[in-house]
Design a binder for this molecule. Structure first.
Ligand code: SF4
Length: 388
């Protein structure tokens, strides 16, 4: 209904987005075409495999049987991997699928299982030595695998990976552990503040929803090296509620706070007029071999594999761009070539359109664009197309 306030819910990752750049959060809620990424697909395949293993039905198997876990884990991971591949290709914007990363996913799954073994009190064990009885014991330790956590008001939510019983040396339950699996790079020293806040939000939601809870610890489990980081600190529910209030969606875009950190992996640049302004005014540096540009295509050869483009610079704060006189030859390959061909089919008068080129390799005089690049129409979004 126009004018009505749509209720939204804030997850730890959307809270982080909102803090990093409110515009990024606003754009993420505009139903723009999403981008798939290999790291996210790998992470989901590992998470879902751990969940499946925790819920595995072992009825009919002998308690003494060993050697079953490596093959079971691999076949579960293979199924999840195939599902992720399918979703990846269905996502409107996606780079190249890297099948060779399956081995890395396998290692990360083993990394997650090793943490579970340790938590259950089994030290230095291999997957093949875990008996059916031991895995059943681990399953008993797991109180919940992959559940949605929601505040009673519905404003805050998150996906809980694992809730497990915290056991002492004798195997007695002395508390609960809220565990979040992390397939990214482990921190060098202290846990990242954004991760700590996320883990504490899970902890505080579990506490709020279970008034008779025992002691709860919140941990980040880094599957790359099986390291565990504990998140300690004050309750974050009040801060999260404040962020929820501030992030109520409006038809007008939220403030943009461009910075190298926030914009670095922002997938909404083709719809955001703020970053070229920040870059042109020197407020945000542009460095590295892979860079983003708004360009006008001056010409394309017949099969679109080679072209000449001109970099466009901001003329106002709303995305109006004008010529800079800087022209570059571009070689298109892979998905960049597919996308430029599609654009060329839909908009054969490309000379009158502007485009966002993401992650252009500017390492040589002629730019290179390939599977890793975004090629999108430049389309700054200045008002929501949704009703609020
Ligand atoms: S490109 Fe930068 S300024 Fe624009 S929405 Fe993304 S993070 Fe914010």
């Amino acid at each position: 209904m126009a004018g009505a306030q749509r209720t939204h819910s804030l997850s730890p990752s959307s809270w982080n987005n909102f803090e990093a750049c409110p515009r990024k959060f606003w754009l993420s809620r505009q139903r723009l075409p999403r981008k798939a990424g290999m790291a996210a697909s790998l992470g989901t395949a590992v998470h879902d495999s751990v969940e499946d293993l925790c819920n595995l039905d072992l009825t009919g198997k002998s308690d003494e049987e060993t050697g079953w876990l490596p093959t079971t884990a691999k076949s579960i991971l293979t199924r999840q991997w195939n599902d992720e591949r399918e979703k990846f290709f269905k996502t409107p914007r996606h780079p190249k699928w890297k099948e060779e990363e399956f081995a890395g996913a396998q290692k990360q799954l083993i990394g997650a299982l090793n943490i579970l073994f340790k938590k259950a009190g089994y030290k230095q064990v291999s997957l093949s030595s875990i008996s059916v009885a031991q895995w059943k014991d681990i399953q008993e330790m797991v109180l919940a695998a992959e559940g949605t956590l929601r505040s009673s008001c519905g404003r805050l939510m998150g996906r809980l990976d694992l809730l497990i019983a915290d056991r002492d040396e004798e195997g007695n339950t002395v508390g609960w552990i809220v565990a979040d699996l992390k397939t990214g790079r482990p921190p060098d020293g202290e846990i990242y503040e954004t991760v700590s806040r996320q883990l504490r939000l899970y902890r505080d939601l579990v506490m709020a929803n279970n008034p008779n809870h025992p002691k709860i610890t919140s941990e980040g489990w880094y599957t790359k090296n099986s390291s565990v980081y504990v998140a300690e600190g004050p309750n974050v529910i009040a801060d999260a509620m404040e962020a929820w209030e501030a992030s109520r969606l409006t038809p007008e875009p939220f403030e943009a706070t461009p910075s190298s950190e926030a914009c670095g992996f922002c997938e909404w640049k083709a719809w955001c007029p703020a970053w070229p302004v920040a870059r042109a005014s020197g407020k945000m540096e542009s460095y590295g071999t892979f860079r983003d540009y708004v360009v006008k295509i001056i010409n394309l050869d017949d099969d679109c594999s080679v072209g000449l483009v001109e970099i466009m610079g901001p003329e106002d704060d709303n995305g109006k761009m004008g010529p800079t006189g800087q022209r570059h030859g571009v070689v298109f390959a892979g998905y960049a070539l597919e996308n430029i061909r599609k654009l060329n089919d839909y908009a054969p008068d490309y000379e009158n359109e502007l485009y966002f080129f993401g992650s252009v390799n500017v390492g040589s005089k002629t730019w290179k664009m390939g599977d890793w690049c975004d090629v999108l129409p430049w389309n700054p979004l200045l008002r929501s197309t949704r009703d609020y």
